[in-house]
Design a protein around this ligand. Structure first.
Ligand code: ATP
Ligand code: MG
Length: 227
């Protein structure tokens, strides 16, 4: 395993609410090495998506620091954080966030084109084939099933060969066979390219395949259960 790629120190997130300030994440720390895999598990509302967003630099903590590929995210402005994300991070959102007016192929090509890759189309096509969507290239998101949209989102997240792939419930909308295929693919990339995986999941089989596992309860880390 390589050097540290993702370090969180005493991360907290406090949000205002009608009943006063609500702490949704309490002083969480972790250190992830390049090529590692981490499952984040816990009940609905325990803070998993919040943590993922902070680790990926999509959101800023109320206190604490995140260092991603050597960059202290809290010290960067929005634009610079976006650059760090574009360079090092793939993200699969719980709600996919595909662009509605672009086809499956175009959605996956987008990060490659932003990266000036001359083989954007071919590479995007091969990724979509790998997630089993070779026959759906020209479909718009609304013409795809939920599980198919999820697979496009996964292909898009892989596209720029990120150092860290963050995925929020990557198998959440998939039947168990397709889920297994996607899970195989995630771990193939982890092996082949040393992509660090950070996965939020309710899928026990997927969680068990990760080398490390943390369990959140009401925003706190409960005893880490090593798989
Ligand atoms: N911006 C916000 N303002 C107020 N409360 C928030 C905000 N974001 C999240 N929360 C609250 O923080 C808690 C954690 O939310 P989060 O989305 O991280 O949960 P989760 O573990 O991902 O749940 P699920 O499994 O249902 O996706 C929830 O109770 C949620 O209502
Ligand atoms: Mg969530």
């Amino acid at each position: 395993m390589g050097p540290s790629i993702l370090i969180a120190q005493n991360l907290s997130k406090v949000v205002p609410s009608a009943e006063g300030d609500l702490t949704i994440l309490h002083e969480l720390s972790l250190d992830l090495k390049q090529g590692d895999s981490l499952a984040i598990v816990g009940a609905s509302g325990s803070g998993k998506s919040t943590l993922l967003g902070l680790l990926a630099g999509l959101d800023l903590p109320s206190a604490g620091t995140v260092t991603l590929a050597g960059n202290d995210l809290g010290s960067l402005d929005e634009d610079r954080r976006a650059q760090v994300r574009a360079e090092h991070v793939g993200f699969v959102f719980q709600s996919f966030q595909l662009l509605d007016s672009l086809s499956a192929l175009e959605n996956v090509m987008l990060p490659l084109e932003l990266d000036d890759r001359p083989d954007a189309r071919e590479h995007a096509r091969s990724l979509l084939e790998r997630v089993g969507l070779g026959q759906r290239l020209s479909h718009l998101p609304r013409q795809l099933s939920g599980g198919e949209q999820q697979r496009v989102a996964i292909a898009r997240a892989f596209a720029a060969d990120p150092a860290v792939l963050f995925a929020d419930e990557p198998t959440g909308n998939l039947d168990s066979h397709t889920g297994e295929r996607i899970s195989d693919l995630l771990f193939e990339l982890n092996q082949e390219r040393g992509t660090t995986l950070v996965l939020v999941t309710h899928d026990e089989r997927l969680a068990k395949r990760c080398r490390r596992l943390i369990h959140l309860e009401a925003g706190r880390l409960v005893t880490p259960l090593e798989p």
